[in-house]
Design a binder for this molecule. Sequence first.
Ligand code: JFE
Length: 229
Amino acid sequence: MEIRVHDLRSWTHDRHHVVDDMPYGGGAGMVLKPEPAFESVEALCRGPESRVIVLSPQGIPFTQEIAGELAREAHLILLCGRYEGFDDRIPRGLGALELSIGDYVLTGGELAALVVLDAVVRLVPGVLGDAASAQTDSFVTGLLEYPQYTRPPTYRGMAVPPVLLSGDHQAIARWRRKEAIRRTLERRPDLLARAVLSELDRELLAEVEEEDASPSEASMKNEKLTTDN
Ligand code: JFE
């Protein structure tokens, strides 16, 4: 794996290395000019094996599935902007895949590019240990992970669920599946709605829905942030 970083200003022709300009039609802030973006990508492009990606809040949502596709590509070029964004001819004219890493606004594309890079690199065979990609499978499967514990068995009054110490592998597997379903229901009902559930999963979901969780003081405080609009 080879990763290179380039300065967009090295593809300017003026003495002040200007990469931005005022938006046509007026409005606040500046926009990234087409020329340095096109010239940089053309300089770095190796032909059809290069995939151009533009990071932007207007992109399609970056997902684990897209990470998996990008991990199979030979060469990625990630273009990071600043200011209020790009002249729209940049992503269009470059035939770029426009990606958003989430519904919040960063000051530029650099951190978004690092997020994409990190998620993709860990899927490239041989780059990291492949415990990493095995771990990813559960996300692809569509449920959140079950809660994990390690020693000590009790910490500050919080006990590890006794079933995990029981040695009953069947009971442990059932508990883990149920807790994965519980978490997904509580935190990501959108994922649960799309998940493929077995007969047993439906049974576990019904059990979870029966068990009314009494919210802790901490979760009450966090609740106003977690209710969707
Ligand atoms: C840039 C900015 C107001 C952009 C383009 C370049 N998921 C995600 N959040 N934020 C970004 C990606 C991102 C990516 C690249 C970027 C933000 N900005 C700032 C500010 C409107 C914008 O629209 C500049």
